[in-house]
Design a protein around this ligand. Sequence first.
Ligand code: ADP
Ligand code: MG
Length: 708
Amino acid sequence: MTSFLDTPIEFLKGVGPQRGELLRTELGVAVFGDLLQRFPFRYVDRSRFHAVSELRGEQDGVQLRGRVSQVRTVGEKQARRLTARLTDATGTIELVWFKGIRWLQPILKEGAEFIVFGKVTDFRGRLNMAHPELEAAEQWEQGLDSSLQPVYSTTEKATARGLNSRGIQKLVEALLLRPDLDVPETLDEAIVAQLGGISRAEALRQAHAPRDQHLLDTARHRLKFEELFFIQLGLLKQKVLMARSVKGAVFGTVGDLFNTFYTKHIPFEPTGAQKRVVKEIRKDMGSGRQMNRLVQGDVGSGKTLVALLSMLIALDNGYQCALMAPTEILAQQHFNTLTRMLEGMPLTVRLLTGGAKSAERKALLTALRTGHIHILIGTHALLEDRVVFQRLGLAVIDEQHRFGVAQRARLWAKAELPPHVLVMTATPIPRTLAMTLYGDLDVSIIDELPPGRKPVRTVHRYDSSRSAVFGFMEQELRKGRQVYVVYPLIEESVKGDPATNPAKDLKDLTDGYESLSRRFPLPKYAIGMVHGRMEPADKDFEMARFKKGETDILVSTTVIEVGVDVPNASVMVIESAERFGLSQLHQLRGRVGRGADQSYCILMTGDKLGNDARTRIGTMVRTNDGFAISEVDLRLRGPGDLMGTQQSGIPELHIADLVQDAAIMQTARAMAQRVLDEDPDLHSPQHARLATAFAERTKGQPLWGRIS
Ligand code: ADP
Ligand code: MG
């Protein structure tokens, strides 16, 4: 038997097959439950009306009640619009529509009374309201006995066929008024009590047709909590399941390799944070269950050493290791670093690149399969099926945000016992997002930089003061330092985005290179250039020259963004900084400040900056704290964009908001944890409702844990 909430929407009064189709395709509503999950995005206080005479200039959220007159269409073709005047007891304002003229015109009867809601603007001294929400006063008065009117999002097509906000509201009301309304409770009593004692059914009713502000707040809070609670329950349950069912190789000993390295080869004393994180990793790998750990550490915090020490533990226990990086440059750099650090140790480290000759590759793959390679480094080429390990024990994924979830899943399949997985990211993720995306991973944070680092000084300069910036660069170059000058992307330009133009970007880059060459001429100065359109070998060659100090200035695109390490570089100049995202700017800045010298980051922009760009630049100048920056980023861009569309993995939320509801998320997670601590399988009678609701929600969903 279908439950009430699973009843197809056609069975609702006022919805036939055609509307049903419209609801499904336009608004994503297939069953009763879907309709109840489409929450209003705003509520209008019906009791409060503005008077035309009190309006001054621009003002949003204005509600007026008045009579309509002089309904006209004016203009031709594109400029065609519908205008009308609305007059209340105090004055008159103009209403204007550019769309939907055909169906609005017959509705707007002259002399009839209307309620309008929208944004008032001042157009050449005359007040007007474009595309107001509109309803006949008569109809309005028949609404529910609530002073708070819900406003629903809809689409143009749905609106044209009667499903404007008011139309949707009527359907929801019809549903809520059905005598057979049956909305089961999902949370157990104790939790409901803590949330103000409001049942799920009542919360839904209040969210759609609030009696007053207080009830509305309680209802929304409960619904948000519930939504986040079940997400957290899912993630944490996953963890319990994995701990139980997925065995991991036990790395019980810390042996010769680790100890020899630690006493004889390690180039510096690890920081307290590095030691702590290695200890956490060691504990995981010795536990008998598979490790899934995320290491967050700001740029320059020394994640590579942590990875190496972890790998040595795996090697001590007779296993192989993989280290996966997002770009060839980074893979190469890791290879160089590890080879250098492990010099004199009986270990074979190899690099697998896309460009390897086939004979070479074949030999390498054979050596890997037969266990003659101890550490294999590479890009996602490591994921290919032909890459077979003899005994893979630990996979380290560097700069995780570039890798898709699905890609991680393929690593999993490379060993009989799933390898321990260590994910390292330099892009600090806001806590709420981390809790949602990596709720099933354990998290370690390297919250300390190696000693002697001075925080990078960041300034904002306009293009007009370029010569002063050049002067400053010269000063630093004279001290023997090196300088990065970064231009916006070329190959990374988003297709179809008019803000990015690969051809122009390339020209900007080469123009920049030329003007720098004139200002800093040979033989005194050498300038290198790298960008994504170059052959990998040429790129590597240029990078290597810069690293060795053979070039003084490196002109580049963001190919150097992630992880590149040249301690002698002390100045990072970012051209058109307004075009970069915050996390990118932060990553780029992290390329300097790696040595003992004072380093600088100079953000160059044009004179005109949009609000968001101004916030981004201001944030960079104000703070070096990656977590603070990521919070701002989340607020500016929203969670989906922040994580990148390809792999966001962010669950669809109906009412909660990852930015605003961080505190609720925190409580929800703690509560979910408490429930699972007591009753990991949700078998106890007191959790019966939770268990049912949870099963309902996870029906048909893949298990995330398989792929993290
Ligand atoms: P990231 O966390 O950005 O990957 P790296 O591992 O590249 O950072 O380290 C940044 C720089 O700091 C490197 O030059 C590295 O050699 C150095 N470093 C790492 N750990 C320490 C330490 N404990 N003491 C001194 N220098 C360190
Ligand atoms: Mg790194």
